[in-house]
Design a protein around this ligand. Structure first.
Ligand code: MSP
Length: 509
């Protein structure tokens, strides 16, 4: 059995979740469900990033302690995940003892490698992204991510010898084209690393909300060193029982947003090399969502609230839209018009109508009974070829996180089925008793295509896939593994009874 380990970033708990957080977590959920469907041994980790100066300041502004704020907001992330049907296997909080022990272990290892030294840090820091910047990296004197002023800091600090790993990292990226995806991001990181890596300040002294440096507790560890370690602390790294670490590390995918790529594709691999831990297989950076064309931000107060979208349009249309509308890796725009269009055209019209049309005809002409055909016409052969090609293409797309591509080919298959009905005209066949076998064949073929569609769709829209399955009358559940066995054409038992149910997706007016 193959293992599959996928992670999301751990989210800052200075605030409540918005669509950007929902996006990465949804992508990880779909990937995890896909691999469970394949029959893999899957581990899906998410969690919250609870230390650092930003948290310290946010708590002070709200007049609560950092841990009170962390407890409250960490729960609000968990609540959203449960509302969104996110089936994670573990939720890590960086304030948990299991995490702190692993961070101490990482620190001790990089120190043992001779990669930690004490010095003084003088430079620029953006508290919002908890990141150091050089003058050159600023845009109009502001943080390039937030477009807000940065702080000048000067303090005693421990440094990590990132510079020592520059050449090894370049070679690693060159030898492992799948390490950073998509390709454009890989090139960006490669040229950044080649331009020279500076040692990294890994401790702070001007606040206390963090994990103390093990051998100098007057310092707290830099929040990114703390946070990145979550990917292995959750697996038991540094603990006596590290069975999960042995089983699941290295991770198959770290899914992240493009703004935190350097942390994941530069700092993290250097720390791991220093600590003697293998590197993750792929760091995949997705793009950013804008809201009706505008960048989302605190100052505009225009973050899209996932609850609002879900309450208005339903959870699964939201899940579908996020992964269908924009290629994973590119920036995209969220608009209610685009969402409504997708719901009405792809979900209600193409898929929903195909199901209700087929179930309706089966009910009317054969009392729902589906009979596997003895013969195949050339249109049937063509339809079956389309299905087989779709399965292959969807698998390839999912292997590279190309969710939109997987959905596009699945929907092309659904359109092919709608056309197949138009061409084979079961409503005409039904008028002629001599055409009974042909009518049976057509109905069976469409139902079988719908069964395969339900399986392929199940990681994206598990509930809709289950409702399709029920109407088709197929045995088991669409998400039952393994994919390879049950996705083959002809898997629907002859004699299955299809029943028309409620509309799969109501139209939005
Ligand atoms: N705590 C760090 C991650 C540490 S991982 C070891 C962090 N947290 S965050 O809460 O600020 O952001 C988490 C994720 O949300 C990032 O991947 C970021 O790209 C994503 N998004 C924030 N705004 C976004 C959009 N507008 N659109 C898409 N994703 C966005 O960074």
């Amino acid at each position: 059995m193959e293992t599959f380990y996928v992670t999301t970033p751990i989210y800052y708990v200075n605030d409540v979740p918005h669509i950007g957080h929902a996006y990465t977590t949804l992508a990880a959920d779909v990937l995890a469900r896909w691999h469970k469907l394949k029959g893999d041994d899957v581990y899906f980790l998410t969690g919250t990033d609870e230390h650092g100066q930003k948290m310290d300041q946010a708590a002070a502004e709200k007049g609560v302690t950092p841990i009170e704020l962390a407890d409250k907001n960490s729960q609000s992330f968990k609540d959203l995940w449960s509302r969104m049907g996110i089936a994670y296997d573990d939720f890590i909080r960086t304030t948990e003892p299991r995490h702190q022990a692993a961070v101490a272990e990482i620190y001790n290892r990089i120190k043992k490698s001779g990669d930690v030294y004490k010095g003084e840090y003088e430079g620029l820091y953006c508290v919002r992204c908890e990141t150091y910047y050089t003058e050159l990296q600023l845009e109009n004197g502001n943080c390039p991510v937030h477009q807000m002023p940065v702080d000048k800091v000067k303090e005693s600090s421990y440094f990590f010898r990132t510079s020592k790993y520059q050449d090894r990292l370049v070679k690693y990226i060159e030898d492992h084209p799948e390490f950073i995806m998509p390709e454009s991001r890989r090139n960006e990181i490669l040229s950044f690393v080649k331009s020279g890596l500076e040692d990294l300040s890994i401790s702070r002294t001007n606040f206390q909300w963090g994990i103390p440096v093990p051998d100098d507790p007057a310092h707290v560890l830099y929040v990114w060193v703390d946070a990145l370690t979550n990917y292995i602390s959750a697996l038991g790294f540094g603990h006596e029982n590290d069975e999960k670490f042995k089983r699941f590390w290295p991770a198959d995918f770290h899914l992240i947003g493009k703004d935190i790529l350097r942390h994941h594709a530069v700092i993290w691999p250097c720390l791991l090399m220093s600590a003697g831990v293998p590197l993750p297989k792929t760091v995949f950076a997705h793009g950013w969502w804008t809201n009706e064309g505008r960048k989302m931000g605190k100052s505009l107060n225009n973050f899209i609230d996932p609850y609002e979208v879900i309450n208005k349009f339903g959870l699964e249309p939201f899940r579908y839209f996020l992964l269908r509308e924009v290629p994973f890796g590119l920036d995209g725009d969220f608009s209610y018009d685009a969402l409504k269009h997708r719901i009405n055209s792809d979900l209600a019209n193409d898929l929903g109508n195909l199901l209700s049309r087929t179930a309706g005809m089966a009910g009317k002409y054969t009392a729902g009974k589906l009979t596997a055909p003895a013969a195949r016409d050339s249109v049937d052969q063509e339809l079956i070829k389309t299905v087989e090609r779709t399965v292959k293409e969807a698998e390839l797309a999912m292997a590279e996180c190309a969710f939109h591509k997987a959905l596009t080919v699945i929907w092309a298959m659904i359109s092919a089925a709608n056309k197949y009905i138009d061409v084979t005209r079961p409503f005409t066949l039904a008028k002629d008793p001599a055409q009974k076998d042909r009518l049976d064949a057509v109905l069976y073929n469409v139902a079988e295509l719908l069964r395969i569609a339900a399986i392929l769709i199940s990681p994206f829209m598990p509930d809709a896939a289950g409702r399709m399955w029920e109407q088709i009358g197929a045995p088991g559940a669409p998400s039952d593994p393994p994919l390879s066995g049950k996705i083959k054409w002809g898997g629907l038992p002859s004699g299955t009874v299809m029943t028309k149910g409620a509309a799969l997706f109501p139209r939005i007016e």
